[in-house]
Design a protein around this ligand. Structure first.
Ligand SMILES: NC(=O)c1ccc[n+]([C@@H]2O[C@H](COP(=O)([O-])OP(=O)(O)OC[C@H]3O[C@@H](n4cnc5c(N)ncnc54)[C@H](O)[C@@H]3O)[C@@H](O)[C@H]2O)c1
Length: 266
């Protein structure tokens, strides 16, 4: 399938390095004919990796802290100017917990850190959508995708306050999906991805063991970041025009599996 996104303009949040899911999504959207703007928090840009991606995708990077409404407003304004019109699709691929980074267990959270987790990992989606809604920055039938994890539905011993952030993120997907659908047929969905060896993913305690377990628990095996990128492309395309307010599992069947031979025999 080629040129699925021909003529579309998009903004991709969250490409940090080559392992980032957003990195693969950006590459795929570019390959499929979209014009994109890349964005990340100013501090993440200091690593400089994202400039390589910008060169490969023939575009530029506009810094924005996703917790700052002012940054988001400027990003949406400048992106429309540079891309030459309203935005057709947006990827929200942002997650960060200081509690996880500092190995604070769920039963001993620091509440300032928790506020930060919720602001960065969930409320930033609301800020982005509300800013876009009020600026009328997304074109009719546009598509917004946020990345999430199954710890929003089930208890995962190691996922700490990120589980609460993902539950809130998925709720914002539903609630804003209603309002933006009614206003302008804008679709909003979340993609619940398999464990993936990225900077954020590998920061979770015991990630390697868990990655192997999830792989054995999934009839198709863990979904890769490349496969996730292809799925996001479909959600940005006109082939998913009537899909909105959904949490879509992209996990090789993990979420529907009780037990597997592979786990039993491990
Ligand atoms: N890796 C996994 O196992 C996995 C599984 C399911 C879902 N996800 C989700 O996928 C998304 C992307 O994560 P990833 O695994 O590609 O890791 P990643 O570390 O490459 O991406 C996380 C991104 O969030 C950005 N970010 C953090 N604070 C920000 C802020 N204030 N403003 C703007 N950007 C900010 C970081 O700079 C980084 O680019 C996250 O929502 C994550 O929770 C990851």
């Amino acid at each position: 399938m080629n040129n699925l996104l021909a003529g579309k303009r998009g903004i991709i949040f969250g490409a940090l390095d080559e392992r980032s899911i957003a990195w693969k999504v950006a590459e795929n959207c570019h390959q499929q004919g979209a014009k994109i703007i890349l964005t990340n928090a100013p501090i993440a840009l200091r690593m400089g990796e994202i400039n390589k991606l910008a060169a490969a995708c023939n575009t530029e990077v506009i810094p924005a802290d996703a917790t700052s409404v002012e940054d988001l407003r400027k990003l949406l304004e400048q992106s429309q100017e540079k891309l030459g019109g309203k935005i057709d699709f947006i990827l929200h691929s942002i997650g960060m917990s200081v509690n996880v980074r500092k190995n604070r267990p769920y039963t001993d959270l620091n509440y300032e850190f928790l506020n930060k987790t919720l602001d960065v990992s969930a409320i930033s989606l609301h800020k982005l959508l509300q800013t876009a809604y009020q600026m009328d920055a997304i074109s009719e039938g546009g598509s917004v995708v946020a990345l999430t994890y199954i710890a929003a539905q089930r208890a995962y011993s190691f996922y700490s306050d990120m589980a609460d952030a993902k539950a809130m993120l998925e709720s914002i997907v539903r609630s804003f999906g209603y309002h933006y659908g009614v206003k302008n047929k804008v679709r909003i969905n979340s993609v619940s991805q398999s464990p993936t060896a990225t900077s954020a993913g590998s920061g979770i305690q015991g990630f390697d063991k868990f990655f192997g377990f999830a792989d054995k628990m999934s009839p198709l095996g863990n979904a890769s970041a490349d496969d996730c990128a292809k799925f996001c492309t479909i959600l940005f395309s006109d082939f998913s025009k009537m899909v909105t307010m959904q949490n879509l599992f992209h996990d090789g069947g993990y979420s529907m599996t009780g037990i597997t031979e592979s786990v039993l025999n491990a």
